[in-house]
Design a protein around this ligand. Structure first.
Ligand code: SIN
Length: 579
C-alpha cells in the first residue's frame, strides 16, 4: 500500500525556480522487484567483442558499424524482423528538402519536446541525420522517389516542412528492416541468434574507484545443441537496442515483443533511467471496438500530412483554433484534443476523414493502412476511419550521453530503449528511426576510438525472482486505466498498489512468459512511480490534478534501482533552475 502521507507530504515537487531536493524521498510501498530474473545457471559461454541486443534499425545499424571492433553477435528475442521497426509507417525525418534547414528541424524537435529536450543531442541528431540516411540508402534501403529521382517527402505532426522520406508508401520501416537484415546477413563477421531472450546484464569486477560496469549478458536461447537453454555471452561492450515497452498497456501500436526487456535489465543492473513518465500516445490508432486488446494498426500522421482531417461524431473538425498547425499540431496536442473530444461526446473514438485523398492516393501512398481499413470493411476513399489514441512510443529510457554510453561501464544504448535527450517530453514524429541510425553509429565511433577493456564477470548476488505470467492482462489494464494518456495522483497510487499485489504473485518456473511478465511489472512500476512524482502536465505526461507546465519542473526525473532502498528518484535541475 502506498500511504497517503507519501503524497500529502510528497517526495516534493521542486519549488518554483529553486533547487529541488535530490534525491527525492523514496516512495514507500512500491512493489518489491526482483534483483535478477530467476533461471537455471548458464550452461554455455561465448566470448565476443560486442553483443548487440535487438534487431531493429538501431541494433542492426550498431552491428554493421561495430564490425571494426572485432566479433559482433546480435541476439534477438524472436525472429530478426519481429520488432517495432518494420511497423513504422510515416517515415524518417531529415533535412533534405529545398528550403528546409537544420535550424528549422531543431526548432520543430524542441517545440514538440515541450521544453525537455537536450538541445545538444537534438543538434547532433538533426545535423548528422542526412548523412546517416544517405548511408542507409547506400546499404540498400529504397525510398519513394518522384519522377526526377528526388526523395518524395511528406509532413507529419509538428513539422513545419516536408522532410519525411518514406518507402513503399506507408511501409517505410519494413523496407528499412529488409535492407538492414540483408546487409547484416551478408556480413560474415556478424552472427545473429534468434529466439534468444536476454535475461540480465552480467555485473563486472571493477576497481575500487571505478564506476559499476557490465561484462556481458545472460540469455535463454530456444534451441537444441551446444547453444540452447540458458547461457552467458561475455563481451567488451553490450549495446542495448531492445526497443519499446508498449505491452505494459492494454492497447498499443507496438508488437507483442515490446515488453521492455532492455529497460528492465538495465534497471536491475543499476543503470540510471530517465524521463520514464513520458509515454507517447499516438492520436490516430485504428479503433477496432471497445474490447480490442494488444497491438492495433496505426493510421499514420502522414495521412493528415497529405490532407486528412480529424472530425468528431457529428462530422465537425475540432482541431481548428486549438493550434496553428490544426490537425498537424505536435502529437501530444492532438492526442489530448482527441481525448477531450471523446470525453465531451461520450464516445470512444473520433474519425480521420481521408476521403479527399482519393482512391489512387490510398492505393499507392497508403497501401498498409488501406489494407487495415479493408479488414474492418471500410474504404477510406468513401468512409470515415474510426480512430482513438493508443500507446505508441517510450520517450524516456536508459540515460545515455551523446555517444550512447550509459551510467554503467561497457553498457551502451540506442533507439527506443535509450534516453539520449532528443525526444524530451514528446517525440517529434519520424525522429525515432533517425535517432536509431545516428546514435548507433556514434556508439560504434566511440567504441572504435576508445575500445572498452574486457572485464571479468563478478559474483552476481542479486536476489532472483519471477512473476507469474497470468498477471499480465491485469498489469495492462491497470496501467491503461490509471497511467495512460490521462493521470492523477489517486489513480497512480491505486495503480502502484495493484502492481505491488501483482508483483507478489510468484511464478514456478523460468519460461519466456514469466520472464516477460517480470519485465512488464518492473517497467510498469517504474513508469507509474515517475508519473506520480512529476506533478505537472508536460508533453506526453498529462496530470489531471496538475494542469499545465510548472516552473521548477524543466529538469529530468532520473531513477535507479538501489539494492537496499528500491527505486530511488533524483530530480536533475536545468542550469536555469540552479540557484
Ligand atoms: C506515424 O506514421 O504516424 C508514426 C510515425 C512515428 O511514430 O514517428
Amino acid at each position: 500500500m502506498v500511504p497517503d502521507a507519501a503524497l500529502q507530504q510528497p517526495p516534493p515537487a521542486p519549488a518554483p525556480g529553486g533547487l529541488p531536493p535530490a534525491p527525492l524521498a523514496a516512495l514507500p510501498g512500491l512493489p518489491v522487484l526482483p534483483g535478477r530474473l530467476a533461471s537455471e545457471p548458464p550452461g554455455w559461454t561465448q566470448e565476443v567483442d560486442v553483443v548487440v541486443v535487438g534487431s531493429g534499425i538501431a541494433g542492426l545499424t550498431a552491428a554493421l558499424e561495430c564490425r571494426g571492433l572485432g566479433t559482433v553477435l546480435v541476439v534477438t528475442k524472436d525472429v530478426v524482423a519481429a520488432g517495432s521497426t518494420p511497423w513504422a509507417q510515416g517515415g524518417i525525418a531529415s533535412v533534405q528538402g529545398e528550403g528546409d534547414t537544420v535550424e528549422q528541424h531543431v526548432e520543430d524537435t524542441l517545440v514538440a519536446g515541450a521544453g525537455l529536450c537536450d538541445e545538444a543531442a537534438v543538434r547532433v541528431l538533426v545535423s548528422e541525420g542526412p548523412a546517416e540516411v544517405a548511408t542507409l540508402i547506400a546499404r540498400g534501403a529504397e525510398f519513394d522517389r518522384d519522377a526526377a529521382g528526388a526523395l518524395e517527402l511528406t509532413r507529419e505532426g509538428g513539422h513545419h516542412r516536408r522532410r519525411i522520406a518514406h518507402a513503399g508508401g506507408d511501409a517505410t520501416g519494413a523496407e528499412i528492416e529488409r535492407a538492414l537484415v540483408s546487409a547484416v546477413k551478408a556480413d560474415p563477421g556478424i552472427e545473429i541468434v534468434e529466439h534468444a531472450l536476454v535475461l540480465d546484464l552480467i555485473p563486472a569486477e571493477t576497481g575500487p574507484d571505478e564506476p559499476a560496469a557490465v561484462a556481458g549478458v545472460t540469455l535463454h536461447v530456444m534451441g537444441e545443441g551446444s547453444r540452447g537453454g540458458v547461457g552467458a555471452v561475455h563481451a567488451r561492450a553490450v549495446v542495448l537496442a531492445t526497443g519499446g515497452i508498449g505491452q505494459i498497456y492494454a492497447v498499443t501500436t507496438n508488437p507483442p515483443v515490446a515488453t521492455g526487456d532492455g529497460v528492465a535489465a538495465a534497471l536491475r543492473a543499476g543503470a540510471v533511467l530517465r524521463d520514464l513518465e513520458f509515454i507517447q500516445f499516438h492520436p490516430t490508432v485504428l479503433f477496432m471496438g471497445a474490447g480490442a486488446r494488444g497491438q492495433l494498426p496505426l493510421v499514420s500522421e502522414a495521412v493528415r500530412g497529405e490532407g486528412g482531417l480529424l472530425v468528431n461524431g457529428a462530422g465537425e473538425r475540432f482541431m481548428v483554433g486549438q493550434h496553428d498547425l490544426a490537425e498537424l499540431a505536435p502529437r501530444d496536442v492532438v492526442a489530448k484534443a482527441i481525448m477531450k473530444e471523446m470525453a465531451r461526446e461520450g464516445s470512444d473514438h473520433v474519425f480521420v476523414d481521408g476521403r479527399a485523398l482519393g482512391e489512387e492516393t490510398w492505393r499507392v501512398r497508403f497501401p498498409t493502412i488501406l489494407n487495415s481499413c479493408r479488414q474492418l470493411g471500410l474504404d477510406p476513399a468513401v468512409d470515415l476511419i474510426p480512430v482513438a489514441p493508443a500507446c505508441h512510443y517510450f520517450c524516456g529510457g536508459v540515460r545515455t550521453d551523446l555517444d550512447g554510453a550509459t551510467s554503467l561501464g561497457g553498457l551502451y544504448a540506442c533507439g527506443e530503449v535509450a534516453s539520449s535527450g532528443v525526444h524530451g517530453a514528446n517525440r517529434l514524429a519520424s525522429n525515432s528511426l533517425l535517432e536509431g541510425l545516428v546514435f548507433a553509429r556514434r556508439i560504434a565511433a566511440r567504441l572504435l576510438a576508445d575500445p572498452p577493456p574486457r572485464r571479468r564477470p563478478a559474483v552476481d548476488d542479486r536476489p532472483a525472482g519471477l512473476v507469474d505470467a497470468a498477471v499480465v492482462p491485469a498489469v495492462q489494464q491497470v496501467m491503461s486505466r490509471h497511467a495512460g494518456g490521462l493521470r492523477d495522483a489517486a489513480g497512480l497510487v491505486a495503480c502502484l498498489d495493484e502492481l505491488a499485489g501483482l508483483a507478489g504473485q510468484p511464478a514456478g518456473a523460468g519460461v519466456l512468459s514469466s520472464w516477460e511478465a517480470t519485465n512488464l511489472v518492473t517497467v510498469a512500476t517504474a513508469v507509474a512511480a515517475s508519473a506520480l512524482l512529476r506533478e505537472e502536465s508536460r508533453g506526453a505526461h498529462w496530470r489531471d490534478d496538475h494542469e499545465g507546465r510548472r516552473p521548477g519542473w524543466q529538469g529530468h526525473l532520473e531513477v535507479r534501482a538501489d539494492p537496499a532502498a528500491g527505486l530511488v528518484h533524483h530530480y536533475v535541475p536545468t542550469e536555469q533552475e540552479q540557484p
